[in-house]
Design a protein around this ligand. Sequence first.
Ligand code: TXA
Ligand code: MG
Length: 332
Amino acid sequence: MTAKSTARLLRGTPSTLARLARRLRAGDLVAVPTETVYGLAANALDARACRKIFTAKGRPANDPLIVHIHALAQLSQVAEINAAALKLAKKFWPGPLTLVLPKKPIVPSLVSAGLPSVAVRMPSHPLFRRLLKLTGLPLAAPSANRFGYVSPTTAEHVRAGLGNKIKSILDGGPCTIGLESTIVDLRDPRHPRLLRPGVITRAQLERTLGVRVLAAPSAAKAKTGAQLAPGLLARHYSPRTPVTLHAKLSRAAAQRSPAGEAWVFLAQPRVVAGKNIFWLDANGDLPGVARRLFATMRRVDALRFTRIHVELARGKGLADAINDRLRRASAV
Ligand code: TXA
Ligand code: MG
């Protein structure tokens, strides 16, 4: 799939973390574990360092990066804060929530893709937190995958995609959440808008803020180009194999299908078995589905079926986030 890997998977020992912090301060890239997906990190205040992220990922310059911080005090260094942002930060940080706020001049415009706003998140993964603290800098980090492909949820996934572009991958084990953070636009605190659904749901944000949060533009709308949030392309997170979505997968259809087509159920199906049958969580529990979604899509994609049939999640909240990723994976 890729040229020979030169990247090393590193355990987060104190001496390794100290070395990686020095690398980051010197302007190098380091792939890092987060609770959502692995990120490709660089000093967010150094445009030259951040340019390397775009090059390594093959990411277009109009797709802005998320800036990661270790402490709340760093938020006002990079963004104009407001009361709504502080409420959400106090409730959900460290954790899988990204806030879009007006940008401070210290953040290079390359990071925000020329926008006057910046996306900021305080991650909860203990190794990434230690690294952030050691560097003492905000770190820009998009997902550590080749642009457009499925996001990485293990250090091996990062190596498979970017192994010949970067030197160091900090291995923090499989990501516990498995979907990218919820993104909320808080530039106008009275009219917050969800830009990307995630495990922190719109209902949770509304309860904390006490105001209505506008829904994310649907993948279908994004496809027509209308209301396209920057970087939120209709086609994204995509395996190479074509994906067909189903409100409910029928066991009978799976059994009748040609062996060259893969079937990915939410829960382990009873009776049907075969090399083309997969499931995301034994019981179909949504946190498990979310955690294994990207790893399963990668595994099935590598088996070169002619088509991947996937069952959509049912319900609201986390189901919306899972289905958002599936719709983007199936967009053509
Ligand atoms: O969970 C996550 O958010 C992971 C980990 C590594 O933290 N990061 C991540 O980044 O998923 P990624 O590759 O999805 O890219 C960041 C996205 C952009 O594509 C865009 O949709 C949004 O964040 N974004 C960044 N800055 C923005 C801004 N100023 N305004 C609106 N959206 C922005
Ligand atoms: Mg991404």
